[in-house]
Design a protein around this ligand. Structure first.
Ligand code: NAD
Ligand code: IPM
Ligand code: MN
Length: 331
């Protein structure tokens, strides 16, 4: 198995080395291929990701990714969107699961939501134009992409509480009715109990009653926004992992970005990246190892070894050291 490792920019350079230390506790036959991509590379070379990088990524089985900075430059080609699209990693799986001992922004820790975000189209089509007084971005919804994201969402629902919530805004955006209707058809054919929520009401209700939700399927941008909202529900963006999944490959990354406000200070929370390693271990069919990693995270909270975003004063290195020791002594 070949694992590409991309630290990226900002806190990506801090949390990926931490996550790798945890991964390296296990004896897995993974060939690691480090790749330098992102804003830093763009500043030096004018390209954030090259065709040669993409060729290497296409030959890998899986990717562990930190975060990249995206400048507001119209000539900048987003590394993330390029990888997701070129590798056709169509499903962005984002678990919103409280960690024992951490109270999120609402104090409610009685929920377990799986956001399944469509990852290839919607407002992320990159078909857009900015001229002096008018700008537009084409929002694409296709039956094929809606069908396959609904299918994978239903497969997850069947393994959980068999409940799918379809997020849309078809009262205003007509393209969303294709997403909604297609997801409904797929849910019906899978015998998954399903309902639908307008995205604005969904944001409201996820804060008030997150326990009502099981699997949530959403077009690209709604899934992006609702997953950051989930970061606040769980307690910090520094806790949320994700998997971008395709037919053969998968790409694991924290939900958060390069966090320039805290980068370089050694205080970034490594847990989102470490839990992304747990998702990688699940994908590699190593459930026992994934369980130990999650248990280590819980133990670190229990021992009050927490970074500043969780109200603690431990550094990235201290949290990582605890996790590594825990994993080593339990595997
Ligand atoms: P961000 O996710 O980087 O940060 C949002 C907030 O969360 C900040 O207060 C930050 O300090 C905090 N945070 C994030 N990660 C944390 C961690 N590990 N530990 C503790 N606190 C953490 O979002 P932003 O500031 O809007 O974006 C910064 C840059 O990152 C932008 O250029 C954006 O385009 C990019 N971005 C990249 C990704 C990615 O690579 N996956 C995701 C989101 C944003
Ligand atoms: C995410 C990020 C990315 C997105 C950006 C950085 C392109 O916010 O992974 O959630 O919008 O998908
Ligand atoms: Mn996001």
């Amino acid at each position: 198995m070949k694992l590409a490792v991309i630290e990226g920019d900002g806190v990506g350079k801090e949390v990926i080395p931490a996550a790798l230390q945890v991964l390296d506790c296990f004896d897995l036959s993974l060939e690691k291929i480090p790749l330098n991509l992102g804003y830093g590379k763009w500043e030096k070379t004018g390209q954030a990701i090259t065709d040669a990088d993409l060729k290497i990524l296409k030959e890998c089985d899986c990717i562990l990714f930190g975060a990249v900075t995206t400048p507001a430059d119209p000539n900048y080609k987003s590394v993330l969107l390029t990888i997701r699209r070129e590798l056709d990693l169509y499903a962005n799986i984002r678990p919103l699961k409280p960690i024992k001992g951490i109270k999120g922004a609402t104090g409610n820790s009685d929920f377990d939501i799986l956001v399944v975000r469509e990852n290839t189209e919607g407002l992320y089509s990159s078909i857009e134009q900015v001229v002096e007084n008018e700008a537009w971005s084409k929002r694409i919804i296709t039956r094929r992409a809606s069908e396959r994201i609904a299918q994978i969402a239903c497969e997850y629902a069947a393994k959980r509480h068999n409940h799918l919530t379809i997020v849309h805004k078809s009262n205003v955006i007509k393209a969303d009715s294709l997403f909604l209707n297609t997801c409904r058809e797929v849910a019906q054919s899978h015998n998954v109990i399903h309902d639908a929520m307008l995205v604005d009401a969904m944001a409201y209700d996820m804060v008030r009653s997150p326990e009502k939700y099981d699997v949530v399927v959403a077009p690209n941008l709604y899934g992006d926004i609702l997953s950051d909202l989930g970061g606040a529900l769980v307690g910090s963006l520094g806790l949320l992992p994700s998997a971008n999944v395709g037919e053969k490959q998968a790409f694991f990354e924290p939900v958060h970005g390069s966090a320039p406000d805290i980068a370089g200070r050694g205080i970034a929370n490594p847990i989102a990246a470490v839990l992304s390693v747990a998702l990688l271990l699940d994908w590699l069919d190593k459930p026992e190892q994934a369980r130990i990693v999650r248990e280590a995270v819980e133990a670190s909270i229990n021992e009050n070894i927490k970074t500043a975003d969780l109200g603690g004063n431990s550094t990235t290195a201290q949290v990582t050291e605890f996790l590594v020791q825990y994993v080593q002594s339990h595997s």
